[in-house]
Each structure stands twice: as C-alpha cells, then as structure tokens.
Design a protein around this ligand. Structure first.
Ligand code: BGC
Length: 734
C-alpha cells in the first residue's frame, strides 16, 4: 500500500506550521469539513465515515482496543491518514474517582486539584482518550442548578486559580506526553447564570458583569494554554452562544488572541433552530460557522450544509482553512501524527496506590466542617463503645461517586460503613440501619429500627444528602433541602437524645437551617469519590482535622438565591441594627419603618454559612494585620501581612484568605473580592506570619467603557478564615 499523505509528511520532519499547511494543501473540501465533525461512538456509519475522511473526532469511545482499531482505520485506511481526537467527559476521574469538582474546589488547593486532574489524565490516556471536556469554569451562584456540582464555585478568582491548575494537570508538561490529554474550558460563557437554576435556560448578563465576573476564568485559562473551548448551550442576551460571533470571535479571537480550537456543545448547532434563532439546519450551520465554532459535536449540520454554503460564497474558504488548521494543530500538539495508538494499562492497575491515596487525600481536604458543638468531633474509639451508623448514603459505593461518572466501578468504592468498621476494629460496636431506602424516600417504615439503634448507641452518625442523580446536567432542583423524609429521620433520631453527627454527601449546597439545631456536628462531604469512606472516617476520628472551606455560599432558604459574598453594597445595605424579623412586626401598629434596607422579612439577610467558611478541630487566631505601604502607585504592589496562630490543641491546616474592597469605583465594586489564599499548616501553639503581595493590576476591573483599568482610590484589605473576615487594613492607590 502506498504511503498516505500523513505518512509522507511524517518522514519530512517538518515544523508544525509547515506540516499543517502541507496537509491542508492536500485536503479536499469534504475532508476539511470531515475534520470539523465529531461523531458519537454509536454512529452506525462510524468506520466508513472515518475511511472516507468524514470524521475529525469521536466522542464516548473508551474501550482501548476499539479506540486503537478506529485510530488504525483513520491513519491507515483513510486517504490522508489523519488520526482522531477521542473525546470523553473525564470530569473528576476516570477509573479512580476523585471528589466532584465543587468538592475539590473546597480544598482550595491548586496543587491537589492539579494532581487529581493529572491522575484522571493518566488513566484516561491509557485507554486512548486524548481530549476531556473539563474543566467547567462557569461561575455558579445558583445552587438549584444541577451543574454547580461540576463547577469550581461562585468566585472568579478561586475558579480561575483552580481551573488553571486542572488544565495543568490534564495537559501535563507537554501535550504529546503519553499521559497528557487536551483540556477544554467550558461552557463559554455565562451558562451558570441560567434563569432560576434551570439547566439550558436563558441568561441575561450585562456586559460589565460578564467581563468582571463570568469571563475572567475563561481568560485566565486561555492565557494558561488550555487547548480547547466549548461554547455554551445557553442564550446570552438574546444571542445563543453557539451563534454568538461577538463572544466567540470579537472577544475570544480578536481581544484575547486565543488560538485553540472551539467545539460546540452536544447538538447545540441544530438547537439554534429550537432557540428561535435560525430557520433551518442550513442557517444554523452558517451562523455557528460564522460565529466561530470549529468543530460540531454529535450532530451533522456542518457535514451536510457547509459544502453548499461554501459553494454559494456564504462561508469563505479561508475561514474553513483556519478552522481546520486549529483542529490539525491540536492533533499535532498531541503528537497524534507520530503515534495515535496507545499501550493500555488494565483498569485495575490504573487504580494504583498513588491514585487511591490521592483520591483519599482529595476527599479529606474537600470535606467542610460546618458545625461542631461542644467538640462532638472528633470521635475517639477509646471513649465510645457503640456507634449507630444510619442513612441511605452510609454504605453505597455508587452514590458517593456523584455525577459524571461513566468509567468507574462502584464496587471499587470504599464506603463509610466499611471504612468505619475497618478503623474501629473490635473496640467499638458498629450497628447499621439505612433508615431510608434512598435519599428521596418518603417511606418511614425503617425509622423505628434506626431510632432503636441510635437510642442504644453512644453516638449516631447519619449519612444523608443527595444521591448522585440529583445533581449534574439537567438535574436541577427548586428546593435544595435534604430530599424525601431525611429531615423527619433526623427529627426522629433527635428524639432519642443520642448525640448526632451528620455527614452530608451532596452535589450542591443544601439548606440546613431547620435541622441544624437538632444535630451536634455537620461534616459536608460533597460526593467524595472512590475513597470517600476512609477519608471521612479519618476526619470523624481525628486522624486529621478538617480544612475544607466552602467554595460557594450556603443560603438559609432557597428564596435568598442568588446569594453570594461579593455582592454590591446597594444604597441601603441591611444591618443587624435595622433588621426587622417578620415575627417582630407589630399588628396594625403605626410602625411604618421595617428597616427600609435591602433584605427579606422572613429570613435573616446573612447566609447560613458564608463563602470561604469551614471549621477545624483547632482554632486559629488572626492578629496584627499590616500593609507594608499605605500608598502605592498604579504599577506597584502592596504587601498585606497578618499573624495566624493555632490557639487550639490540634495540629491543622488553615486556608488563609485575602479579601479586598475598592471603596469607590466608576462602576460600583463588590463589598469584598477574594484576591489571594494560602494553605498554612500550624502545629498546636504555632504562629506564622502570612504575606500576600497584590499588584495594582490585580485590582483592575472593566469600567463603563469596558476597559480593564485600576482606578486610584482607597482600598480595604481583610485577612481571615472566611469571607466574613473582620481583621482589616487600608491602603491607597494613587
Ligand atoms: C454537556 C457538556 C459535555 C457534552 C459531552 C453536553 O450535554 O453540556 O458539558 O461535555 O455534553 O458529553
């Protein structure tokens, strides 16, 4: 068989640009459009389409032999021999499942998040996957939205830092390494602002807010070299993103000079018709192509319509060449032209001890201690003799994995029940009752068994929350309390008088105000992944102290949403001095003023737990905040320092957080904005001085002219353990 074009080019040792232009010069229009098409692995014409050069990428094939077979067809049986991009949603692990992204975000550790992504890359790459659709860096301020589970939380700074770390972990040192896969910044942009937290819904985001809140993580990832972007399903200010040339071309390409490839979301091009933006599939293909979608996911509007659109001069061939060259460029960077086959590692070997240890560490660091009355936690196996383990999530290897898990075996999860039994051995009697069949059950038949166990135990540990299916794509909720009869189960166990430790596994913040007084301790574990059991057990028994901090605000009630820490002050901010509770309003009294501030009457204006919040088994004291200079010029930096002391009895890590407020802006600025964080490990009694350096560029924001500028003026800076930090300093930019 004569060598195909890629094989001929491979022998010439060309640089990337020459390689791609030589290849492009040999391609027919059909082959070019083929590169712009991604097919699902269940497509019945997959093999013939690859042979004909009609496919650039496959999604959802993970079987190693099948992937190698498809790559062989592409590189040996198609005319040109162009290898395939193999895409898969590797969101929080492949065979070894790490905590859901929102849980990983609660670790506030860029290092850990990078390692987690790297493990996911190593495992998936060994099956032949070379492209993941992660990280999802949509700013998520609505916990009703199911996809908040897949997000890195509500804050642009945290989301940018952790998102960049994930990209580094997926893409490794070099994309061409056999353990690297291409990452994807998604969903560009504003998807997290879907109305009412209903998935795929409309978003209306003023440009200023878009640029100051939603776009910064995408810009940061573009600058950090993320290989691809995915356009959001959503309608942005009346123009669905898939057809939004202002966002995809003017901002992404012209303003940011992003050179990577842009993929549509699943069938989002034909959905332009459903949006009411295009009449038919031809105009949908036209709008998407003109807007700047390089590759179409799952549907075939490009394959069918681009040939005639080009022939009729509605789409310019230069543009197609540019789009195809971005796709080929990614294939080149991945080293696919040299080697598209992979050596597989068997799945069991992929779950090696380093991966499992990291999964445990990540789960440990993602847990957030929300309450710990009278130091109920940690438990001591020498002080208690019996433990009641109760709840539908105590012993369920599937549910603890969370959303977006396709390639893991729940039988490989270690559940909390098993881990606790293993840990306490014979020293503590462990009794178990599910109490409820699932997190959604309304059947209270098993309550009596659960309460009996609790009544006869020293402590009851309840494993409640949400099953995996209740969060994730299209899994949104209008109430975010514990579903089913779980609150009643807590009430029933509370009646026994036994001390209650509540461990919650969930894909989103849960409204806990009503049940909080009934429980002594709350450990929020998100969906912790394969090693959730051992991680949670270590925390419950004090092998290590919780250090996780909330990456998202926890509201008291769903009616407070949207509720996030970096809100604007308004002209009438609420305060405790002016707050009037609905129960304190006099009946028909001449009382006309109910505080007249921006709040609800029937709930406090504060959240239940603020952004950044998380307790430890020890206490940290913040003192002596200082700035090294009272006044800096634009272009200079200020150093903000404080002393952190571990004044409790446990050695523990604290995530020190820096918040800034720009007091006056030409566009009003949030009351606080995260500008730095650091994990500091302090032994009991130890003090450390922690320094943050802030350059004036980091104080910049998009002004009314949509220019990124730092405006001179006064700034407040706080250092503390959450966004309610009170230790404050001041400096000025002149
Ligand atoms: C989701 C994307 C995902 C894609 C491929 C879509 O429904 O919105 O985030 O990457 O499917 O599975």
């Amino acid at each position: 068989m004569p060598a195909n074009i890629c094989q001929q080019l491979n022998n010439k040792n060309l640089d990337k640009e020459s390689y791609i232009s030589s290849l492009l010069a040999q391609m027919t229009l059909t082959e070019k459009i083929g590169q712009m098409s991604q097919l699902n692995n269940d497509n019945e014409n997959l093999k013939t389409s690859i042979i004909k050069g009609n496919v650039g990428s496959i999604i959802n094939e993970v079987n190693h032999e099948s992937i190698n077979a498809l790559q062989r067809i592409a590189s040996q049986e198609s005319r040109l021999g162009i290898p395939l991009l193999i895409g898969r949603d590797v969101i929080h692990g492949f065979n070894t499942i790490l905590p859901i992204p929102l849980g990983q975000a609660a670790s506030w550790s860029t290092e850990l998040v990078e390692t987690c992504a790297n493990i996911a890359a190593i495992e998936s790459a060994s099956s032949g996957v070379n492209w993941t659709f992660a990280p999802m860096i949509d700013i998520s301020r609505d916990p009703r939205w199911g996809r908040i589970a897949e997000s890195l939380g509500e804050d642009p700074y945290l989301c940018s830092a952790l998102g960049c770390a994930m990209v580094k972990g997926f893409q490794g040192e070099k994309l061409s390494d056999s353990t690297s896969i291409a990452a994807c910044a998604k969903h560009f942009a504003g998807y997290g602002a879907s109305e009412s937290g209903r998935d795929y819904n409309t978003t209306n985001i003023p440009e200023n807010e878009l640029r100051n809140v939603h776009l910064p993580p995408f810009k940061a990832l573009a600058e950090a070299g993320v290989s691809t972007f995915m356009a959001s399903f959503s309608d942005l200010n009346g123009v669905p993103v898939t057809g939004n040339s202002w966002l995809l071309s003017d901002i992404l390409r012209e303003e940011w000079q992003y050179m990577g490839m842009v993929v549509s979301d699943w069938e989002s091009i034909p959905q332009l018709i459903t949006h009411g933006f295009c009449m038919d599939r031809e105009s949908a293909a036209l709008e998407a192509c003109l807007a700047g979608i390089d590759m179409e996911m799952a549907s075939n509007t490009y394959a069918i319509n681009l040939p005639s659109l080009i022939k009729n001069d509605q789409v310019n061939l230069d543009q197609i060449n540019m789009m195809v060259s971005r796709i080929l460029s990614l294939k080149f960077d991945l080293g696919l032209f040299e080697a598209s086959f992979t050596e597989s590692t068997p799945p069991l070997k992929r779950l090696n001890s380093f991966h499992l240890d990291t999964a445990k560490k990540a789960a440990t660091k993602s847990c957030v201690l929300l309450k710990n009355n009278k130091q109920t936690l940690p438990l001591s196996k020498t002080e208690i003799t019996s433990l009641a383990v109760i709840g539908p999530l105590a012993d369920d290897g599937y549910e603890q994995l969370g959303t977006w898990v396709f390639d893991a075996k729940p039988s490989q999860s270690i559940t909390c029940l098993n881990a606790i039994k293993d840990y306490v051995g014979n020293s503590v009697e462990v009794k178990f009752s599910k109490g409820l069949e699932t997190s959604r059950s309304n059947n209270q038949e098993d309550f009596s068994k659960a309460t009996q166990l609790a009544a006869s135990a020293d402590v009851a540990v309840l494993f409640l929350g949400e099953e995996a299916i209740l969060s994730g794509e299209a899994h949104c909720r209008s109430n975010i309390n514990l579903p089913g009869c779980q609150e009643q189960l807590i009430n029933a166990i509370y009646e026994t008088g036994t001390s209650i430790v509540l461990v919650i596994m969930a894909g989103r913040p849960i409204t806990l105000e009503k049940i909080l007084p009934k429980v002594d301790a709350v450990l929020f574990a998100w969906h912790p992944g394969t090693m959730g059991g051992p991680a949670i057990t270590d925390l419950l028994f004090g092998e290590t102290s919780p250090s996780g901090k909330l990456p998202v605000t926890f509201p008291r009630t769903v009616g407070q949403i949207p509720l996030y820490y970096s809100q604007k002050n308004t002209g009438r901010p609420p305060s405790d001095a002016t707050f009037v509770d609905i129960n304190d309003i006099q009946v028909r009294a001449a009382q006309t003023s109910l505080g007249m501030t921006s709040t609800h009457l029937d709930t406090h204006f504060s959240p239940l737990f603020p952004f950044g919040f998380g307790l430890s088994y020890t206490q940290f004291e913040y003192t002596n905040i200082q700035v090294n200079r009272q006044s800096i010029k634009v272009g200079e930096s200020v150093e903000i320092t404080a002393t952190i002391t571990n004044i409790g009895n446990y050695d523990a890590e604290e995530i020190v957080q820096l918040y800034i407020r720009d007091l006056v802006g030409s566009v009003t600025r949030p009351v606080k904005e995260l500008k730095g964080f650091k994990g500091v490990f302090l032994t009991a009694g130890q003090s450390e001085s922690v320094v943050f350096k802030v350059h004036t560029d980091e104080l910049a924001f998009y002004n009314r002219q949509m220019k990124l500028k730092t405006e001179p003026g006064l700034f407040n800076a706080w250092l503390g353990s959450n966004s309610d930090a009170e230790l404050k300093a001041e400096f000025e930019v002149v």
